[in-house]
Write a protein that binds this ligand. Structure first.
Ligand code: KIV
Ligand code: ZN
Length: 513
């Protein structure tokens, strides 16, 4: 069987992934992730939804100005303003795409859009034509296609292809479809739309029933040639199809799939870690491909089998997905140039000498505590340094946390808060609890702690702990991050970072997607 047809990998971590509650990313973070995706040779990077906010617009613009090897895509509703904003945001991209969408299911058209099907069809065509003013590379999505009438879908797809859409993407927006059914839908659309040969058929599946990857792969076996997916399956509600699972399924089973992916799969694990670190969405240990246990064998029978012949219990090689990529890269004696050039390779460029010097000083501090500095350490260090800009109102001046046999854990804290230094002390169930209580003595935020998680960035007890704290206040959710070889310190940093975000009014608009 020949596998010469390419499957286009369209990554939407920076757009749909960012729609996970609490997963919002700064412009610099988006650029770093985009560089990692480019290194992985992802075909298309959906960088954001420029009409959503000035911040989103600038992030898409920055990604467009940085990425050269992947197509950079911006999302737009089928509205003139959205499309113009998207067109402007990707203007500097070497290869730009506009992705425009409108809902086609009876429920969405009637209740959400309050438009008739004929009006929706008309808007879809107008949107594609407008997007073509900015780029030849236009994608159209009939939102909630999984619950749309297939006859109507055929009419819409034929019309948008005629209007100039080179990619038509079929979203299972609410993750309602079953694999067999979704595969059959894609097959019948390709067969029934008269001009289907003039467009690439794509799919975009959500994971509400845990079927996003299965549905996407069923679509691929039925003719889809683009899959929209995210790193670690991040995305709205239960997430999107996980890029790593789609790519490795197609790679591992050439007997099943008649197409191939051209990605550098060794970049999968480093990119997964980068996204988990930046968003604070930790990867579960038993997650396929990128989970810490994905290649670990506990049972003696399995270990014995793998030692005799790896293929007995392993269908992929850990090194092929980048598990060995985390080499020691720098150490105590590494100089400023080595530091700068390794970070440049990781997509981190300093805007000024001062920024570089600050980051280098942090690196030296870390190297004093920890002999071997890995790429993941460097990424965490930069994430931590970038957080400084967010921590304007509330800063940690000093902290002492005690935990002693037979004594109640206690913490003393000095904070800089709105121009004053304030001290507080508290006891708690453990040192982290005591520190959080002491901080609350000063801030009185009334925010609810929704999540507290600690992950070791590398192996060994000298590893940095990466802490995520999720707070909720008045229905607004924020994530705070902190990294340190001392996990109580990392926890304090993460809590203060989250509080700093809660203290700043929410500037992000939330248009309906
Ligand atoms: O899930 C969805 O329908 C989307 C569209 C914008 C493609 O994210
Ligand atoms: Zn989606």
């Amino acid at each position: 069987m020949s596998n010469d047809e390419r499957l286009i990998i369209f990554d939407t971590t920076l757009r749909d992934g960012e729609q996970s509650p609490g997963a919002s990313m700064t412009r610099e973070e988006k650029v770093r992730i985009a560089k990692a995706l480019e290194r992985m040779r992802v075909d298309v990077i959906e960088a954001g939804f420029p009409i959503a906010s000035q911040g989103d617009f600038e992030a898409v613009q920055a990604v467009s100005q940085t990425v050269t090897d992947s197509v950079v895509c911006a999302l737009a509703r089928a509205r003139e303003n959205d499309i113009d904003r998207a067109g402007e945001a990707v203007r500097d991209a070497k290869a730009a795409r506009i992705h425009t969408f409108i809902a086609t299911s009876p429920l969405h058209m009637r209740e959400k859009l309050r438009l008739t099907p004929e009006q929706v069809l008309d808007e879809a065509v107008k949107a594609v034509k407008r997007a073509r003013r900015y780029t030849d590379n236009v994608e159209f999505s009939p939102e909630d296609a999984g619950r749309s009438d297939p006859d109507f879908l055929c009419r819409v797809l034929e019309a948008v292809i005629k209007a100039g859409a080179g990619t038509v993407n079929i979203p299972d927006t609410v993750g309602y479809s079953m694999p067999q059914q979704f595969g059959a839908l894609i097959k019948s659309l390709i067969e029934r739309v008269p001009n289907s040969d003039q467009a690439v058929f794509s799919v975009h599946c959500h994971n509400d029933l845990g079927l996003a990857v299965a549905n996407s792969l069923a679509a691929v076996t039925n003719g889809a040639r683009q899959v929209e997916c995210t790193i670690n399956g991040l995305g709205e509600r239960a997430g999107n199809a996980a890029l790593e699972e789609i790519v490795m399924a197609v790679r591992t089973r050439p007997d099943v799939f008649t197409c191939r992916v051209d990605l550098d799969t060794t970049q999968i694990v480093p990119t997964s870690r980068l996204v988990a670190g930046i968003t604070g969405f930790a990867v579960q240990p038993n997650k396929a491909i990128v989970g810490a246990n994905a290649f670990a064998h506990e049972s003696g029978i399995h270990q014995d089998g793998v030692l005799k012949r790896r293929e007995t219990y392993e269908i992929m090689r850990a090194e092929d997905v980048g598990w060995s990529a985390n080499r020691m890269v720098l150490g105590k004696h590494s100089g400023r140039n080595a530091f700068r050039s390794r970070l440049k390779e990781l997509g981190v460029v300093f805007r000024s000498e001062e920024e570089l010097n600050n980051a280098f000083a942090r690196f030296k501090d870390l190297a004093d505590k920890k002999h071997e500095i890995f790429d993941d350490d460097l990424q965490a260090l930069v994430t931590d340094a970038n957080l400084e800009h967010e921590n304007e109102q509330l800063k940690l001046v000093a902290m002492r946390a005690c935990s002693e046999t037979g004594e109640k854990p206690a913490a003393n804290i000095t904070l800089w808060y709105n121009g004053d230094e304030t001290q507080a002390a508290a006891e708690g169930a453990g040192p982290v609890d005591a520190v959080f209580r002491a901080i609350e003595e000063v801030v009185h935020s009334n925010a609810q702690l929704q999540l507290y998680s600690v992950n070791n960035i590398t192996t060994g007890t000298d590893s940095q702990g990466e802490v995520t704290v999720r707070l909720e206040k008045n229905q607004r959710i924020v994530n705070g991050h902190g990294a340190d070889t001392d996990i109580v310190m990392a926890s304090a940093k993460a809590y203060l970072n989250a509080l700093n975000k809660i203290l700043v009014p929410d500037k992000k608009a939330h248009p309906q997607v």
